[in-house]
Design a protein around this ligand. Structure first.
Ligand code: NCD
Length: 304
Protein backbone atom coordinates (compact mmCIF):
# COMPACT_ATOMS: atom_id res chain seq x y z
CA UNK A 1 0.00 0.00 0.00
CA UNK A 2 1.31 3.46 -0.94
CA UNK A 3 0.66 6.76 0.79
CA UNK A 4 1.70 10.23 -0.40
CA UNK A 5 3.23 12.23 2.44
CA UNK A 6 6.24 13.85 0.74
CA UNK A 7 6.52 14.61 -2.98
CA UNK A 8 9.94 12.90 -3.13
CA UNK A 9 8.25 9.56 -2.46
CA UNK A 10 7.18 9.68 -6.11
CA UNK A 11 9.89 8.97 -8.68
CA UNK A 12 10.32 11.24 -11.69
CA UNK A 13 8.82 8.45 -13.82
CA UNK A 14 5.77 8.23 -11.57
CA UNK A 15 5.28 11.98 -11.82
CA UNK A 16 5.44 11.74 -15.61
CA UNK A 17 2.87 8.97 -15.47
CA UNK A 18 0.50 10.99 -13.22
CA UNK A 19 0.82 14.02 -15.51
CA UNK A 20 0.10 11.82 -18.54
CA UNK A 21 -2.99 10.30 -16.88
CA UNK A 22 -4.24 13.78 -15.85
CA UNK A 23 -3.80 15.00 -19.44
CA UNK A 24 -5.72 11.98 -20.67
CA UNK A 25 -8.52 12.67 -18.16
CA UNK A 26 -8.74 16.25 -19.47
CA UNK A 27 -8.94 14.95 -23.06
CA UNK A 28 -11.26 11.97 -22.41
CA UNK A 29 -13.21 12.50 -19.17
CA UNK A 30 -15.90 9.93 -20.09
CA UNK A 31 -13.34 7.08 -19.91
CA UNK A 32 -12.91 7.72 -16.19
CA UNK A 33 -16.38 8.35 -14.87
CA UNK A 34 -16.99 4.88 -13.41
CA UNK A 35 -13.43 4.03 -12.33
CA UNK A 36 -14.04 4.55 -8.60
CA UNK A 37 -17.58 3.25 -8.41
CA UNK A 38 -18.33 2.13 -4.81
CA UNK A 39 -15.07 3.66 -3.54
CA UNK A 40 -15.04 6.28 -0.78
CA UNK A 41 -12.64 9.14 -0.18
CA UNK A 42 -12.49 10.62 3.33
CA UNK A 43 -11.39 14.27 3.50
CA UNK A 44 -10.17 15.06 7.02
CA UNK A 45 -9.42 18.77 7.13
CA UNK A 46 -8.24 20.10 10.48
CA UNK A 47 -7.32 23.42 8.81
CA UNK A 48 -9.17 25.73 6.38
CA UNK A 49 -9.16 24.89 2.69
CA UNK A 50 -11.12 25.72 -0.44
CA UNK A 51 -9.27 24.35 -3.45
CA UNK A 52 -7.54 21.36 -1.98
CA UNK A 53 -10.58 19.88 -0.26
CA UNK A 54 -13.10 20.72 -2.95
CA UNK A 55 -10.85 19.54 -5.78
CA UNK A 56 -10.27 16.24 -3.96
CA UNK A 57 -14.02 15.87 -3.51
CA UNK A 58 -14.80 16.87 -7.11
CA UNK A 59 -12.08 14.45 -8.27
CA UNK A 60 -13.67 11.52 -6.43
CA UNK A 61 -17.17 12.39 -7.66
CA UNK A 62 -15.93 12.63 -11.26
CA UNK A 63 -14.45 9.16 -10.90
CA UNK A 64 -17.87 7.88 -9.86
CA UNK A 65 -16.98 7.50 -6.18
CA UNK A 66 -18.28 9.01 -2.97
CA UNK A 67 -16.92 11.35 -0.34
CA UNK A 68 -17.23 11.66 3.43
CA UNK A 69 -15.37 13.80 5.93
CA UNK A 70 -15.15 17.04 7.83
CA UNK A 71 -13.83 20.46 6.98
CA UNK A 72 -12.88 21.79 10.40
CA UNK A 73 -11.35 20.26 13.50
CA UNK A 74 -14.16 21.71 15.62
CA UNK A 75 -16.74 19.48 13.96
CA UNK A 76 -14.72 16.29 14.55
CA UNK A 77 -13.90 14.39 17.73
CA UNK A 78 -10.50 16.04 17.83
CA UNK A 79 -12.42 18.86 19.56
CA UNK A 80 -13.14 16.30 22.33
CA UNK A 81 -9.46 15.43 22.57
CA UNK A 82 -9.21 12.42 20.25
CA UNK A 83 -5.73 11.73 18.85
CA UNK A 84 -4.98 11.70 15.11
CA UNK A 85 -3.97 8.06 15.48
CA UNK A 86 -7.36 7.03 16.86
CA UNK A 87 -9.30 9.12 14.34
CA UNK A 88 -7.41 7.49 11.49
CA UNK A 89 -7.81 3.95 12.75
CA UNK A 90 -11.56 4.46 12.71
CA UNK A 91 -11.85 6.42 9.46
CA UNK A 92 -9.70 3.89 7.61
CA UNK A 93 -12.40 1.32 8.37
CA UNK A 94 -15.02 3.54 6.67
CA UNK A 95 -13.13 4.82 3.61
CA UNK A 96 -10.87 3.42 0.86
CA UNK A 97 -8.53 6.41 0.78
CA UNK A 98 -7.94 9.45 3.00
CA UNK A 99 -6.82 13.01 2.26
CA UNK A 100 -5.77 14.82 5.41
CA UNK A 101 -4.75 18.40 6.20
CA UNK A 102 -3.45 19.24 9.64
CA UNK A 103 -1.73 22.25 11.27
CA UNK A 104 0.90 19.99 12.87
CA UNK A 105 3.87 19.10 10.73
CA UNK A 106 4.13 15.33 10.42
CA UNK A 107 0.50 14.58 11.41
CA UNK A 108 -0.34 12.94 8.05
CA UNK A 109 2.80 10.82 8.40
CA UNK A 110 1.69 9.60 11.81
CA UNK A 111 -1.75 8.96 10.31
CA UNK A 112 -0.24 6.87 7.49
CA UNK A 113 1.42 4.60 10.06
CA UNK A 114 -1.93 3.86 11.69
CA UNK A 115 -4.05 3.62 8.56
CA UNK A 116 -5.28 0.52 6.74
CA UNK A 117 -5.85 2.58 3.57
CA UNK A 118 -3.71 5.07 1.59
CA UNK A 119 -3.25 8.47 3.25
CA UNK A 120 -2.54 11.62 1.22
CA UNK A 121 -0.96 14.64 2.87
CA UNK A 122 -3.16 17.58 1.88
CA UNK A 123 -0.85 20.04 3.68
CA UNK A 124 0.86 19.70 7.07
CA UNK A 125 1.59 22.97 8.86
CA UNK A 126 4.41 24.94 7.25
CA UNK A 127 6.03 21.73 6.04
CA UNK A 128 4.85 20.08 2.81
CA UNK A 129 1.99 20.05 0.33
CA UNK A 130 2.71 17.35 -2.25
CA UNK A 131 -0.62 17.44 -4.10
CA UNK A 132 -0.27 21.19 -4.68
CA UNK A 133 3.09 20.36 -6.23
CA UNK A 134 1.49 17.81 -8.54
CA UNK A 135 -0.99 20.54 -9.49
CA UNK A 136 1.87 22.97 -10.15
CA UNK A 137 3.73 20.39 -12.23
CA UNK A 138 0.68 19.60 -14.36
CA UNK A 139 0.26 23.34 -14.98
CA UNK A 140 3.92 23.76 -15.94
CA UNK A 141 3.67 20.70 -18.21
CA UNK A 142 0.61 22.13 -19.99
CA UNK A 143 1.80 25.73 -20.18
CA UNK A 144 5.55 25.33 -20.74
CA UNK A 145 5.87 21.72 -21.85
CA UNK A 146 8.92 20.63 -19.85
CA UNK A 147 10.44 20.63 -16.37
CA UNK A 148 14.08 20.69 -17.49
CA UNK A 149 15.79 23.97 -18.45
CA UNK A 150 13.55 26.34 -16.54
CA UNK A 151 14.27 29.32 -14.35
CA UNK A 152 11.71 29.63 -11.59
CA UNK A 153 11.32 32.47 -9.11
CA UNK A 154 9.63 31.74 -5.79
CA UNK A 155 8.37 34.93 -4.15
CA UNK A 156 6.84 35.75 -0.78
CA UNK A 157 6.72 33.61 2.35
CA UNK A 158 9.32 30.98 1.57
CA UNK A 159 9.75 30.10 5.23
CA UNK A 160 6.22 28.93 6.05
CA UNK A 161 5.00 28.36 2.49
CA UNK A 162 4.66 24.59 2.32
CA UNK A 163 3.84 24.67 -1.39
CA UNK A 164 7.26 26.22 -2.05
CA UNK A 165 9.07 23.56 -0.04
CA UNK A 166 7.43 20.74 -1.96
CA UNK A 167 7.73 22.32 -5.42
CA UNK A 168 11.41 23.26 -5.00
CA UNK A 169 12.14 19.70 -3.85
CA UNK A 170 10.29 18.18 -6.79
CA UNK A 171 12.03 20.41 -9.34
CA UNK A 172 15.46 19.63 -7.90
CA UNK A 173 15.40 16.34 -9.81
CA UNK A 174 15.32 17.89 -13.29
CA UNK A 175 18.19 19.08 -15.49
CA UNK A 176 19.32 22.68 -15.64
CA UNK A 177 16.68 24.11 -13.32
CA UNK A 178 17.58 27.49 -11.80
CA UNK A 179 15.80 28.75 -8.71
CA UNK A 180 15.52 32.36 -7.56
CA UNK A 181 14.22 32.71 -3.99
CA UNK A 182 12.73 36.17 -3.44
CA UNK A 183 11.67 36.96 0.13
CA UNK A 184 12.13 39.33 3.03
CA UNK A 185 15.09 38.39 5.21
CA UNK A 186 12.74 36.96 7.91
CA UNK A 187 10.90 34.68 5.48
CA UNK A 188 13.82 33.04 3.68
CA UNK A 189 13.59 29.46 2.45
CA UNK A 190 14.59 27.00 5.22
CA UNK A 191 18.27 26.22 5.21
CA UNK A 192 17.64 22.46 5.28
CA UNK A 193 15.94 22.59 1.87
CA UNK A 194 18.94 24.39 0.39
CA UNK A 195 21.55 22.21 2.06
CA UNK A 196 19.88 18.81 2.07
CA UNK A 197 17.85 18.83 -1.13
CA UNK A 198 18.96 21.49 -3.63
CA UNK A 199 22.73 21.51 -3.12
CA UNK A 200 23.20 17.72 -3.27
CA UNK A 201 21.17 17.77 -6.50
CA UNK A 202 23.49 20.44 -7.95
CA UNK A 203 20.70 23.02 -8.32
CA UNK A 204 21.86 26.53 -9.10
CA UNK A 205 20.01 29.00 -6.86
CA UNK A 206 20.18 32.55 -5.57
CA UNK A 207 18.42 34.29 -2.71
CA UNK A 208 17.41 37.93 -3.05
CA UNK A 209 15.03 40.43 -1.49
CA UNK A 210 14.45 42.16 -4.85
CA UNK A 211 11.53 40.92 -6.95
CA UNK A 212 12.67 42.80 -10.06
CA UNK A 213 16.31 41.69 -10.10
CA UNK A 214 15.76 38.53 -12.18
CA UNK A 215 12.28 39.25 -13.55
CA UNK A 216 13.29 39.18 -17.21
CA UNK A 217 14.93 35.75 -16.86
CA UNK A 218 12.06 33.84 -15.29
CA UNK A 219 10.04 31.16 -17.07
CA UNK A 220 7.83 30.75 -14.01
CA UNK A 221 7.13 33.20 -11.20
CA UNK A 222 5.56 31.37 -8.24
CA UNK A 223 3.92 33.95 -5.99
CA UNK A 224 2.82 33.05 -2.46
CA UNK A 225 0.76 34.52 0.35
CA UNK A 226 2.38 35.50 3.64
CA UNK A 227 1.13 32.68 5.90
CA UNK A 228 -0.62 34.70 8.59
CA UNK A 229 -1.70 31.63 10.60
CA UNK A 230 1.92 30.54 11.15
CA UNK A 231 3.09 33.83 12.72
CA UNK A 232 3.59 34.06 16.45
CA UNK A 233 2.95 37.76 16.51
CA UNK A 234 0.56 39.93 14.57
CA UNK A 235 2.89 42.93 14.34
CA UNK A 236 5.40 40.85 12.32
CA UNK A 237 2.66 39.69 9.98
CA UNK A 238 1.44 43.25 9.42
CA UNK A 239 4.95 44.45 8.74
CA UNK A 240 5.68 41.69 6.22
CA UNK A 241 2.36 41.01 4.53
CA UNK A 242 2.72 43.48 1.70
CA UNK A 243 6.43 42.94 1.04
CA UNK A 244 5.74 42.08 -2.60
CA UNK A 245 2.85 43.11 -4.78
CA UNK A 246 2.95 41.94 -8.38
CA UNK A 247 1.22 44.46 -10.63
CA UNK A 248 0.91 44.75 -14.40
CA UNK A 249 3.87 47.07 -14.72
CA UNK A 250 6.09 44.39 -13.17
CA UNK A 251 4.52 41.60 -15.23
CA UNK A 252 5.34 43.57 -18.38
CA UNK A 253 9.03 43.08 -17.56
CA UNK A 254 8.63 39.30 -17.81
CA UNK A 255 9.24 37.20 -20.92
CA UNK A 256 6.17 36.98 -23.13
CA UNK A 257 5.85 33.24 -22.68
CA UNK A 258 6.50 33.23 -18.93
CA UNK A 259 3.85 32.03 -16.45
CA UNK A 260 2.72 33.54 -13.18
CA UNK A 261 1.57 30.81 -10.78
CA UNK A 262 0.10 31.06 -7.27
CA UNK A 263 -1.33 28.18 -5.22
CA UNK A 264 -4.07 30.59 -4.03
CA UNK A 265 -5.70 31.99 -1.95
CA UNK A 266 -4.34 35.38 -2.99
CA UNK A 267 -4.53 38.18 -0.48
CA UNK A 268 -2.69 41.23 -1.75
CA UNK A 269 0.36 39.85 -3.49
CA UNK A 270 -1.02 39.88 -7.04
CA UNK A 271 -3.01 42.92 -8.18
CA UNK A 272 -6.36 41.99 -9.75
CA UNK A 273 -5.31 43.76 -12.99
CA UNK A 274 -2.72 40.99 -13.57
CA UNK A 275 -5.54 38.43 -14.03
CA UNK A 276 -6.15 39.70 -17.56
CA UNK A 277 -2.52 39.25 -18.64
CA UNK A 278 -1.92 36.08 -20.68
CA UNK A 279 0.96 35.17 -18.34
CA UNK A 280 -1.44 34.84 -15.37
CA UNK A 281 -2.09 31.10 -15.06
CA UNK A 282 -3.19 30.74 -11.46
CA UNK A 283 -6.85 30.04 -12.17
CA UNK A 284 -5.89 27.46 -14.79
CA UNK A 285 -3.56 26.02 -12.15
CA UNK A 286 -6.44 25.69 -9.66
CA UNK A 287 -8.40 23.80 -12.32
CA UNK A 288 -5.47 21.44 -12.92
CA UNK A 289 -5.71 20.46 -9.23
CA UNK A 290 -8.84 18.40 -9.80
CA UNK A 291 -7.40 16.39 -12.71
CA UNK A 292 -4.10 15.54 -11.10
CA UNK A 293 -5.90 14.49 -7.91
CA UNK A 294 -8.07 12.18 -10.02
CA UNK A 295 -4.89 10.64 -11.42
CA UNK A 296 -3.41 10.32 -7.91
CA UNK A 297 -6.52 8.65 -6.45
CA UNK A 298 -6.45 6.10 -9.31
CA UNK A 299 -2.76 5.42 -8.72
CA UNK A 300 -3.02 4.94 -4.95
CA UNK A 301 -6.11 2.75 -5.31
CA UNK A 302 -4.23 0.79 -7.99
CA UNK A 303 -7.01 1.26 -10.52
CA UNK A 304 -5.85 1.06 -14.16
C1 NCD B 1 -1.91 26.69 -0.11
C2 NCD B 1 -1.78 25.95 1.20
O1 NCD B 1 -2.80 25.56 1.80
O2 NCD B 1 -0.65 25.74 1.60
N1 NCD B 1 -3.20 26.68 -0.63
C3 NCD B 1 -3.62 25.61 -1.39
O3 NCD B 1 -3.63 24.48 -0.95
N2 NCD B 1 -3.96 25.86 -2.66
C4 NCD B 1 -1.30 28.03 -0.08
C5 NCD B 1 -1.77 29.00 0.97
O4 NCD B 1 -2.64 28.71 1.80
O5 NCD B 1 -1.25 30.11 0.94
Amino acid sequence: MRHLIDILELSVEEIDELVAVANDIIANPEKYQEKCRHKKLATLFFEPSTRTRLSFEAAMYELGGNVLGFSEAQSSSSAKGESVADTIKVVSSYADIIAMRHPKEGAPMVASMKSDVPVINAGDGGHNHPTQTLTDLLTINREIGHFDNITIGFCGDLKFGRTVHSLASALSRYENVKMIFISPEELRIPEHILKETLEPAGIEYVETTDLMQYMGELDVLYMTRVQKERFFNEADYIRLKDSYILDLEKVHCMKEDACVLHPLPRVNEIAIEVDEDPRAKYFIQAKCGKYIRMALILKLLEIK
